[in-house]
Design a protein around this ligand. Structure first.
Ligand code: ADP
Ligand code: MG
Length: 241
């Protein structure tokens, strides 16, 4: 890594001067951030510093008040809500702190659901879902309900559900936040192994420095700003050069 050489490749995400307030609270106060295709980026920082707001702004869930968010050549603020929702469905996967699995559906049905929503036939969706559960070490738990799984197993189901559609970008907000350290390590190492091999861009909000250590780069958010010059830490050639 050479911090003096400017990077020459175009980033996948580019944020400039992004601001966002909720009433009186200035959650984001001017974010400049480039994220490379295939990069695994950890967003750290204290509680309430703006990490989740930043993640949701990147994903086009929360529109910024000011500044610009580019995803490839698309200015997210130029899209209406319907177009942004379509983009999310097509290109993005999401994992949250508490997996938000549907409690009445088996692991297999939870993972096949995004494919059914995309119009895949049930037989195809179930077989894809089963192979994703196998990859995440859950072959014996296909028919388990979320309540019958440990926290770590449930998060692995959530990871399978987020990746089953082959997203270009995986957004994860405290994906290991509810887990003990052994389960956390297991989830993050599987997640990063799989996404590195597929070249999926991953953006992880985390409090946990062990989890962040699996990323290519860490940025720290404090009071709605990124500390230091995070973009200087981009590698000159990009992740997969
Ligand atoms: P973090 O994820 O780093 O804990 P957040 O991005 O969730 O922080 O929140 C940043 C600040 O914005 C906090 O002060 C929080 O209370 C506020 N905030 C976030 N979302 C909302 C919302 N929907 N309505 C009101 N305030 C919000
Ligand atoms: Mg948060």
């Amino acid at each position: 890594m050479n911090e003096l050489k400017p990077s020459t490749h175009p980033p996948l995400f580019s944020l400039r001067g992004v601001t966002r307030s909720f009433g009186q609270i200035e959650a984001l106060r001017g974010i400049d951030l480039d994220i490379d295709q295939g990069e695994i980026l950890a967003i750290m920082g204290p509680s309430g510093s703006g990490k989740s707001t930043l993640l949701h702004t990147l994903a086009g869930v929360i529109p910024p008040d000011g500044g610009a968010v580019h995803y490839g050549n698309t200015a997210l603020e130029s899209l209406g809500e319907t177009a942004r929702a379509r983009l999310r469905l097509r290109d993005f996967g999401f994992v949250f702190q508490f997996g938000q699995l549907l409690p009445d559906l088996t692991a297999l049905d939870n993972v096949s659901l995004p494919l059914l929503l995309q119009g895949f036939k049930r037989r195809v969706a179930l077989s894809q879902a089963a192979s994703w559960l196998d990859r995440l070490g859950l072959a014996d738990h296909r028919q388990a309900l979320p309540g019958e799984l440990s926290g770590g197993q449930a998060q692995r189901v959530a990871v399978a559900r987020a990746l089953v559609t082959g997203p270009k970008v995986l957004f994860a907000d405290e994906p290991t936040g509810s887990l003990d350290s052994l389960a956390a390590e297991n989830v993050i190492s599987l997640l990063t192994d799989i996404t590195r091999s597929s070249g999926t861009t991953v953006i992880i909000v985390t409090h946990d420095s062990r989890t962040a250590s699996y990323a290519d780069r860490e940025v720290v958010v404090r009071d709605g700003r990124i500390s230091g010059n995070a973009n200087a830490l981009r590698t000159p050639e990009g992740v997969h050069a």
